[in-house]
Write a protein that binds this ligand. Structure first.
Ligand SMILES: Nc1ncnc2c1ncn2[C@@H]1O[C@H](COP(=O)(O)OP(=O)(O)OP(=O)(O)O)[C@@H](O)[C@H]1O
Length: 342
């Protein structure tokens, strides 16, 4: 395992600037997740580290060495793609053993067998070692694909949305397992996703990427609670953060220069039926919680409504059409350019 450092990476495809001056340091043993919308440059970052693409400029260091001149096979990385890419004519055992059989590795048959069985147990596929890889469910195939990366001990694991093709239940299970295995092995891992739950639950640090730039890097807690700008604030949180004019709701203390107030559920206090300034539009029942859709008239332009969504306890006695008082509690403030003020 090793530190990986990216310095001022640039990559262009025709008219598209896929990456702009991207800097990122991943510490030995760290789980870093790149989170961003489609086309943000996440996969390009992984492909540059793996050596599948060459940067136009910038530097990539793995374990302190500049890898610019090294071919993918020399870089000591393991890549897991979005879609399982198994050898269909091989069994699960053979698929897992394959990366260890390269002559340069000089591993004994016993050592290969030991590692294959150890990893098969980790990814919970040890009961299917003799199955042909085509005779597995999607989730099992993806476990084998992840296992095939894990049998090696590379400097870094690069994973490109490895769970996105699975159903929600399996995704949640594998998310936990992957985190457990990474901790157990002490692996360095760079993981790409546009799923905020994966990022929040697995990452030691999250890097928010947009339009080829790294907007902010920090722990999940820092990124959620202390976003640098509107873009980052909008990436995390379910329901989405509400973006409101500075003087729409009482209770805040907007600093000079505030253009937009960012209010998540925890920044909104609701009192039913007292000094009402808002109305419940409709309620989405999600089982363990409700999404309240709220309408607030703009005092400056009474004809204009602002819509908010917030979470509420399902037992809160409230119905569409009810009038409520809505006040702010320590929300986030942003200036006209979207930068965070406090
Ligand atoms: N080989 C290529 N040729 C041309 N354009 C490319 C190529 N690879 C990537 N791009 C463009 O570069 C930009 C970044 O792409 P990239 O695949 O890195 O995004 P991403 O964040 O991984 O998106 P997704 O979540 O959809 O996988 C996109 O605009 C994409 O269309």
């Amino acid at each position: 395992m090793a530190d990986v450092v990216l310095r001022k990476l640039n990559k262009r495809f025709g008219d598209t600037q896929a990456l702009s001056d991207l800097d990122l340091s991943i510490r030995d043993g760290e789980f870093v997740v790149l989170l961003g919308p489609t086309g943000a440059g996440k996969t390009t970052t992984l492909r540059l580290i793996a050596g599948l693409e060459r940067p136009d400029s910038g530097r990539i260091e793995i374990g302190g060495r500049d890898v610019a001149a090294e071919a993918p096979a020399e870089r000591d990385v393991a890549f897991v793609f979005q879609q399982y890419s198994l050898y269909p004519h091989m069994t699960v055992y053979e698929n897992l053993a394959f990366p260890l059989k390269a002559p340069v590795r000089k591993l004994s048959a016993m050592e290969i067998d030991r590692r294959v069985r150890e990893v098969a147990r980790m990814v919970r596929i040890d009961h299917k070692l003799e199955n042909r890889s085509t005779r597995l469910s999607g989730g099992e195939m993806q476990r084998v694909a992840i296992g095939r990366a894990l049998v090696r001990r590379p400097a870094i694991y690069l994973m490109d949305e490895p769970l996105s093709s699975l159903d929600a239940k399996l995704r949640a299970e594998l998310r936990l397992e992957l985190k457990r295995i990474q901790k157990e092995l002490g692996s360095t891992l760079l993981y790409v996703t546009h799923d905020q739950v994966e990022a929040m639950t697995m990452a030691d640090r999250i890097g928010i990427v947009a339009e080829g730039r790294l907007m902010q890097v920090g722990t999940p807690r820092e990124i959620y609670g202390n976003p640098a700008n509107l873009h980052v604030a909008a990436r995390l949180g379910q329901p989405h953060i509400n973006l409101l004019p500075a003087d729409l709701l009482p209770g805040g203390r907007p600093p000079a220069g505030t253009k937009t107030v960012g209010a998540r559920t925890e920044h909104l206090d609701i009192i039913v039926g007292k000094d009402a300034n808002a109305e419940i539009d409709w309620i989405e029942h999600l089982g363990d919680q409700n999404h309240l859709h709220i309408r607030v008239a703009d005092p400056k332009q009474p004809a204009r409504d602002h819509k908010l969504v917030t979470l509420a306890d399902p037992y809160l006695a409230i119905a569409p059409g009810d009038r409520i008082s809505l006040t702010l509690r320590d929300p986030l403030y942003f200036d006209a350019s979207g930068q965070r003020l406090s």
